[in-house]
Design a protein around this ligand. Structure first.
Ligand SMILES: Cc1cc2nc3c(=O)[nH]c(=O)nc-3n(C[C@H](O)[C@H](O)[C@H](O)COP(=O)(O)O)c2cc1C
Length: 312
């Protein structure tokens, strides 16, 4: 089973990915959160930093856009940097982007997807797509997949919710099954795998799956990919040590290029929304971190987290 770490804007940036690869492992493919052009042709420094220089192993840059011009910009930019794979985001549900026919907002417009792929695909770089099962209705799925079937696409990652659902409600496994039947490209499952049991259930339902992508589940239990691969780290002390190492690495990396408590805390604190679940008494841990208004208080809250021990 191939396991990818899902891109999560604000969480899985280069600092997190590199620390994860160095200390935890179990991941076959990493993705950047989506890169986007500002004012049609500018890429923010923070987005450039995600992919420049090209040094991360198994990193697939992801971009979002709804025009051939944007597609070609990212394609050529990533080819120039030496990347062999790129991922097009057709899944983002943020209303501001959806309104502009970006992310899942492009799913009701298969003709536009076709036009972009016709003009934009290039043999020098492999394309994968990450998508929802539709924006408004899963009835959109068939038309989108029949367009994708016409092109050379390496992989389609399907998160079986509608764009309009955001992250609410159940995943629609019937629609996912339909995607597996309709697509001639390999399909990767993504959504709500938070435990080994969730993974086993998924595999029972879709025994032909060869690849999954996990986001929040891997932030809440950083050892989940290793558990799935049967490489569990058995001692709780060993896990705690690794959690300390990954946190220390993330802390030091932000500290090296950000300045001032406010900037550093604005990167570190949000991670704990999910990361706190790696510890016993996760609610108390998260509350302590959220309350910390200075680096000194943050460090005290982190020490409190580590005193609670690693969850089984
Ligand atoms: C805070 C947040 C940010 C996200 N950012 C991105 C993104 O940049 N690109 C993307 O394709 N998906 C993004 N996603 C969606 C995830 O990659 C994934 O599809 C979704 O969380 C479902 O998988 P999970 O249940 O394993 O987390 C984001 C999700 C969340 C919650």
């Amino acid at each position: 089973m191939k396991i990818a770490l899902a891109p999560l804007q604000g969480f899985t940036d280069l600092v997190f990915r590199r620390a994860f690869a160095k200390y935890i492992g179990g991941i076959d493919q990493f993705y950047t959160p989506f890169l986007v052009l500002q004012k049609g042709d500018e890429l923010r420094t923070s987005h450039r930093r995600e992919v420049e220089p090209n040094v991360e192993e198994n990193l697939v840059p992801q971009f979002i856009g709804n025009s051939l011009k944007e597609f070609i910009f990212f394609r050529d930019y990533l080819i120039d940097l030496g990347y062999k794979k790129m991922n097009w985001n057709l899944g983002c549900p943020f209303p501001m982007l959806v309104k502009k026919k970006k992310g899942s907002g492009l799913l009701p417009f298969p003709d536009l997807i076709e036009e972009i792929l016709s003009g934009g695909l290039d043999d020098r770089i492999e394309l994968s797509v990450k998508m929802r099962i539709g924006y408004d209705s899963s009835d959109e799925l068939g038309a989108v997949l029949s367009v994708l079937n016409q092109f050379k696409i390496a992989e389609i990652i399907v998160h079986p919710r509608l764009g309009k659902q955001l992250y609410k409600g159940e995943v629609d496994l019937k629609a996912f099954e339909q995607a597996m039947v309709l697509s001639k490209h390999p399909i990767t499952y993504n959504g709500d795998i938070n435990s080994l049991e969730d993974f086993q259930r998924c595999l029972e339902q879709f025994p032909s799956l060869e690849s999954i992508m996990i986001g929040r589940g891997l932030l809440k239990d950083v050892f989940l990919a290793k558990k799935i691969k049967g490489e569990d780290i058995s001692s709780s002390q060993e896990r705690l040590d690794l959690l300390e190492k990954i946190h220390g690495e993330i802390y030091d990396s932000y500290d090296s290029y950000l300045s001032g408590d406010t900037q550093i805390l604005s990167k570190l604190k949000p991670i704990w929304e999910y990361f706190a679940s790696n510890f016993n008494n996760e609610r108390k841990v998260y509350k302590a971190i959220k309350k910390a208004g200075s680096i000194k208080k943050y460090n005290a809250a982190v020490a409190f987290a580590f005193q609670q021990g690693a969850k089984d």
